[in-house]
Ligand binder design. Structure first.
Ligand code: NDP
Length: 240
């Protein structure tokens, strides 16, 4: 095995699935993490381990990564991608949806970084890609808590980038706009869902997660002394 281990959370669908496949096709051994194990196994990737993991469970996440590292060596790329988007009218939204977004989108990302950053610092090499969103840079009225979680990702990524950069470790933030994925399944508020769908239609549709995956692979394969600190990618017609 010449190429190092790439770990992808939320690898069972959407952007995570596309990224797992892109890294695998480029010859990297991969660890795929999400709750829907059967989906990840159905991709049948070469030199790959799939584990049923909830990113909120820090201990299980760490154990899965250690197990893959025993087989494939240290994690050199972690894509902290798992996330949920329960967009809604904040005044009527069930607070349980806030809890879920906060736990998965913020603590889940911290848990992933916790699992790899000390080793990357010690090895003086490694790349962490944290999934934010354009909603981590701009506020949308019906994205309230989701925006909060993605602003969190930007804040901690910038902080940890500063901390890890002297150790030659890169922290990259991905900030996509409307990408084809299962994200709409997470919207339980019918009015918000309708408005979201109308907006997608208005801008001529979403774009394939394969473009996001390609950008992550491109950023990762730059020499270690070159970092794309943040990638903002949207459909061209997405005007806000
Ligand atoms: P999907 O819904 O297709 O993918 C979400 C992934 O996250 C799934 O693999 C899901 O797997 C996983 N996931 C969700 N909750 C957990 C959990 N508790 N533990 C482990 N895995 C979990 O949508 P996307 O591909 O769009 O979402 C990926 C990321 O991209 C998210 O962080 C999202 O916020 C972000 N994003 C998406 C945009 C878009 O337009 N699609 C735009 C901007 C950002 P499983 O259910 O099997 O656990």
């Amino acid at each position: 095995m010449t190429k190092p281990l790439a770990v992808i959370t939320g690898a069972s669908s959407g952007i995570g699935e596309a990224t797992a496949k892109a890294f695998s096709n480029a010859g990297y051994p991969t660890l795929l993490l999400a709750r829907r194990l059967e989906l990840m196994e159905s991709f049948n990737l070469k030199n790959s381990i799939c584990k049923k993991i909830d990113v909120r469970d820090r201990d299980s996440l760490v154990s899965a990564i250690r197990e893959a590292e025993e087989k494939y060596g240290p994690t050199d790329m972690l894509f902290n991608n798992a996330g949920v988007a329960r967009l809604a009218d904040i005044s009527t939204q069930d607070p349980k949806e806030w809890d879920e977004m906060i736990d998965v989108n913020t603590k889940g990302v911290m848990n992933g970084m916790y699992a790899v950053m000390s080793n990357m610092k010690a090895r003086q090499s490694g790349t962490i890609v944290n999934m934010s969103s354009i909603a981590g840079r701009k506020i949308y009225e019906d994205h309230t808590v989701y925006c909060g979680t993605k602003y969190f990702v930007h804040a901690i990524s910038e902080s940890i980038r500063g901390y890890l950069s002297p150790h030659n470790v890169r922290v990259i933030v991905m900030s996509p706009g409307n990408i084809e994925a299962e994200v709409l399944n997470g919207i339980t508020d019918p009015n918000t869902l309708e408005a979201y769908k109308k907006n997608i239609e208005r801008i001529g549709g979403r774009i394939s997660p394969d473009y996001v995956a390609k950008m992550i692979l491109f950023a990762y394969e730059m020499p270690q002394n070159v970092i794309m600190q943040e990638v903002v990618v949207t459909p061209t017609k997405q005007d806000f």
